[in-house]
Design a protein around this ligand. Sequence first.
Ligand code: PLP
Length: 368
Amino acid sequence: MKSPLAPPTRLLLGPGPSPVDPSVLEALGKPVLGHLDPAFIAIMDETSDRLRQVFRTRNPLTFPVSGTGSAGMETALVNILEPGDRIVIGVNGVFGARMADAARRAGAKVTMVDAPWGQPIEPDALASAVRTDKPKAVALVHAETSTGVRSSVDLVRREIGPAPLLIVDSVTGLGGIPLEVDKWGIDVCFSGTQKCLSVPPGLAPITFSPRAAQAVADRKTPVQSWYLDVTMLRKYWEEGEGGRAYHHTAPISMIYGLWEGLRLVLEEGLEDRWIRHQEVGEFLQAELKEMGFKLFAASGHRLPQLTSVTLPKGVSDDLRGRLLNDFDIEIGGGLGDVAGKMWRVGLMGFGAKKENVIRLVQSIRALI
Ligand code: PLP
């Protein structure tokens, strides 16, 4: 018989997953309950309630989708869009392009509004496409993990006006930088557990505004995905006549983990957590600049929780392998055109600590 599983202990400073707080790991190991057990339903309700606080929303329809951040993206798009619907999507990196791909697969007519990698989405450019297309929805990525750029969702809503539904990917934003679902007029916002919430990958928190939920209820065609159909999922997540309706077996242990991860966020205080990410991210960015790395994201739009840098002369991308093997530190490389030329360093959730920056910087210095 093989010995028990013993993965190495790494310091996760890549674009995700992020380091997990020991109390979340403990929660994952608690006894499994049945998914319709009233004791579990109480945990589900608390989880949704905590998600509302972290999303800054009063939306009743707020819950974690079973699946990673991409499942959240699909849930948003396939529920809102029907074949032939128009959507305008801001694309300034890998994840905006993925939304366009998923929207096309849902049969929508997609207009992409591109911005150069490293730049935020221009609210004016989205507004101009909205005037021409009169779309049902507009979508953009709040925190583009492929480039380290933050786009201004509040300004986007102001510029596009109140009509289109606004869909926001905040997979990397939630719990790390300011996000105000209600105040900014976001209709559907989805995230993932493995970034600034510091819970392992496996759930995708999502929230629908009342008018987005109504748009789903008013569909003329069934949602193309059975598994992600919110008209059915909400009968499990919301109390209805006769209680809760079984749809699929909830990933019990992951919901325990999220419950605990959100408890930690609220115990720290959401605003204090934003400040912590900001301070630690700026500290890392200053250190990397001093070592000759160039910050890739436009000034004023840099994410503190995900720093993208281009490599100075004499530093090879191979160094990432040595950081992992010799120092047990994971950082990310570039995606697409910048593969081999860029590093992406995540300081997310439990990982956003000055001591981690110091350990990383000392390790890089030892290798170059
Ligand atoms: N959107 C953004 C901005 C992301 O960073 C990611 C993952 O890195 C995703 C969507 C997809 O999430 P997942 O890989 O958890 O499916």
